[in-house]
Design a protein around this ligand. Sequence first.
Ligand code: HEM
Length: 455
Amino acid sequence: MRKLPIVPRWKVLNRVFKMLKNPIPSFNDYIEEFGDTFVVYVGGVKRGIFSINPDVIQHILQKGNRKYAKSPIQTDALAAYIGFGLLTTEGDYWLRQRRLIQPGFHRQKLVGLVDIMQQEVIKACASFENSALNGIPIDMNQQGMEIAFKIVATSLFSSDISDEKMNELSHSIEAVQAFFIRTIRLPFMKPIYQLTGKIKKHQQISDDIATILDELIENRRKSGQRKDDLLDMLLETRYEDTGEGMTDTQLRAESLILFVAGHETTANVITWMFYLLAQHPQVVQKLRQEFDTVVGKDELDYEDFRNIPYAVQVINESMRMYPPAWIIDRMAISDDEIDGFEVQKNDLMIPFIYGLHHSKDLWDQPEQFNPDRFSRENKKDRHPYAFLPFGGGPRLCIGNNFAIMELQLILFHLIQRFDFELADQTPVDLLPMITLKPDRAIRLKVSKRKINSFF
Ligand code: HEM
């Protein structure tokens, strides 16, 4: 059996403080020194197998997926805050939920959401309009979060949710997520958080979130109204075996999970994508050519989404360079063998997606922003597990089509209306939290598009 190289514990210890802020450069150095798959003792004790090898990752996520489960970080710790649902469960319960909910995210089903999403994107253009008028650069981190949150919220609840409740929900979800990360990254602080009442406080915020969601669900049930939104889908869908629908507790957990899984991920793509576009006017020009010639009107309709491949290439290339889900983790639930090396039960398996997307073995000039690498011609010989922004195998992101549609809409409306420039040349570093963020605000100068074909 092949022995995997082990990163010596002293090397990890030497970097522990640097790694707390941003572990990506250290992981890249280990890849340089130890190759595409190696062992690290996480926290000095837990055997973790890191990999950027697409065959190894494909085995973990897809071919051998039965031997790997989500780690307790998600199934226990996260579930304590957001409930048990698609993102936070395993085994038979997860499979039942996935079978129940998946059809609602099928491309054809999303047609009903195009209008809701598009109106939200058009509303969001007002802030950009203001920025163009008053000359104050726009903060793309904040805009990304706002747009993505509102799109998930209105896709779930249509107009049932007031602006006030939307703000409350957004702040509460962010507070709970931020606290959750702190408890994971600094586990030794738990007793202090307990003593100072922080755990209780955040549990209370989780309860407040539950109250808002319960109210929205109850009101919809009482109204007996049918709407073209995700809540309607969640309320109407039935388990095949029993013919029953979900309970209110299940409905609340699944809708909160859609918020948590669907808003910060997409928000980061928006921020990074416009950061890249502000520096690549030739890409913007090509996008506009596609929009002007293929769409040629001021809104997208369902058919248009299939016919703007260059927009999808830009989205994919942005997610290659800055994958929101920059790392995935699994636990081996039994011994296994991958590619001639041994996996022991309880090993932590770590597909390092950022490293995969920047691998010199898989990508030509990986640090260059080049959407052409996703053209039909250029991608045809690529390993199917070389590009994994949405993960892979049975736990593939359920919202992938939803996210791509949403990002196409945002690209279309913003690029057709405005020109963007970086307001600030200070280098931007990575801030890998649950999702991959920039370490500072990305501020862009916005002006009205100069040559305007139809606005
Ligand atoms: C660009 C945006 C997005 C990215 C990059 C992304 C990425 C991912 C990834 C990598 C996973 C798999 C995690 C793993 O295997 O451990 C995942 C799962 C999931 N995502 Fe997304 N996601 C995005 C948007 C969305 C949206 C918009 C929604 C819903 C509205 C959503 C809902 C989910 C759910 C429910 C899961 C769990 C699926 C399961 O385990 O069955 N995501 N996402």
